[in-house]
Design a protein around this ligand. Structure first.
Ligand code: HEM
Length: 389
């Protein structure tokens, strides 16, 4: 029998990680991947325990499977408490001050406008024709970025999270996109500092707790990370949700008939096939798990997408069931690093599909086989052609 391997850079894993995840959970729950150069944890309870134990499973050497230069130790997702708590406290002020629900009308207008642009079409490419227009406009409105550069910013955000499957590293185009984004963020921050408005960048660049404020580099990297996390995580998930809505016709018809069900359907999609598949940590001490010894300094992958299909936690996990209400799914991660944008993401996806379905209640998939984004962390299709009935 050939030796089992797991390569998170492989296009086969991009296309369908689930058979490999099952083998990992059942036969190799603590697995050393030569290709990734890290341990892979795939069982729900192991991932939750690791996510809660930041003292052992540190984010300070980066949380993306293939990290971008300069991020480790400097951003929300790449620091441990107490530094992380301080950053999260200062940034959360901006997320909380702006009552998320108060953004609802603005987000609905953006969704309605993006859906109206599709009227009369018989075929669309969901990502470029709807989802990326919507997510970028929402993120621009929430963060307070100047309209006009949306398409370039979206393209750079998507490139930043990709990696080269051949070298298993970031390529020059990915690094160039990251550098471009930092220059772009620096210009916006300078403008907001000169003319503060009510948007998030103005708020967190000025936020203060007991006289403590974010410094220049922290504001820059936070802005860059929020643009990347917002645009790519939200856009990637919108595509995965659309894929579920097109493939599970009954679920879609129920959501069209009763849009209140979109919230439950979204939670099930975050469990069933989240776009945020795998993040990494590094070990602060030796850990014995399932008969393996992971050494201090080793990298460990928390395979959220695998934990979400663990039958030890979710009954009949390969079934897409919008009545499931999958409490504790790992679609937004967990522990101190649980997604900061989850309230905005929940609101945005629900509203977007409500408006989309009003214009296009019936749609079919055009491509049998999809091309997937080359990324060791995220999973979403590059294109999703839909024919409209
Ligand atoms: C459906 C869309 C989204 C998904 C599936 C998602 C998923 C995730 C996951 C899994 C993590 C944990 C990373 C880790 O364990 O290291 C995370 C963290 C984070 N997300 Fe999201 N996210 C989404 C949307 C957003 C949006 C819209 C924003 C911002 C506007 C955002 C901002 C963040 C930030 C700042 C963190 C780091 C939090 C911390 O380390 O304390 N996310 N996200």
């Amino acid at each position: 029998m050939p030796m089992f391997r797991f390569d998170p850079y492989s296009p086969l894993v991009d296309a369908d990680p689930f058979p490999a995840y099952k083998t990992l959970r059942d036969e190799h729950p603590c697995f050393w991947s030569e290709e990734a150069g890290m341990w892979i944890l795939s069982r729900y309870h192991d991932i939750v325990a690791a996510g809660n134990d930041w003292q052992t499973y540190s984010s300070a050497r980066g949380n993306l499977m293939t990290e971008l230069p300069g991020r480790a130790g400097a951003t929300l997702g790449t620091t441990d408490p107490p530094r992380h708590d301080r950053l999260r406290g200062l940034i959360q002020q901006a997320f909380m001050k702006r009552n998320i629900e108060s953004m609802g009308d603005n987000i609905r207008d953006i969704a309605r406008q993006a859906a109206a642009e599709l009227k009369g079409r018989k075929q669309i490419e969901f990502i470029s024709d709807f989802s990326s227009k919507f997510t970028v406009r929402v993120l621009f409105a929430v963060l307070g970025l100047p309209m006009g550069d949306e398409q370039t910013v979206r393209d750079k955000a998507v490139l930043m999270v990709q990696s080269d499957p051949k070298t298993r590293a970031k390529g020059p185009e990915h690094i160039a996109a990251y550098n471009w984004m930092q220059d772009y963020a620096a210009k916006v921050i300078a403008e907001r500092r000169a003319n503060p408005t009510g948007d998030m960048i103005s708020q967190f660049s000025l936020a203060e707790i007991d006289g403590d404020k974010l410094d220049e580099r922290e504001v820059l990297l936070t802005t860059t990370t929020l643009i990347m996390a917002g645009i790519e995580s939200l856009g990637g998930f919108m595509s995965m949700f659309a894929l579920n809505m097109v493939d599970f016709t009954d679920a879609r018809r129920q959501c069209v008939a009763n849009p209140a069900l979109l919230a439950d359907a979204m939670e099930e999609s975050l469990r069933y096939n989240t776009s945020a598949q795998r993040f990494r940590r590094s070990l602060q001490r030796d850990v014995e798990l399932h008969g393996q010894t992971m050494k201090a300094g080793d990298f460990v992958c928390l395979a959220y997408g695998a934990g979400n299909r663990d039958e030890r936690q979710f009954a009949d996990p390969d079934k897409y069931d919008i009545t499931r209400k999958p409490r504790g799914h790992l679609g937004f991660g967990g522990g101190v690093h649980a997604c900061l944008g989850m309230a905005i993401a929940r609101l945005a996806v629900r509203v977007a599909f409500d408006e989309f379905h009003q214009v296009m209640p019936e749609y079919l998939r055009v491509q049998e086989k999809l091309d997937w984004m080359p990324s060791s962390t995220f999973r979403s299709p590059l294109k999703l052609e839909l024919s409209i009935k």
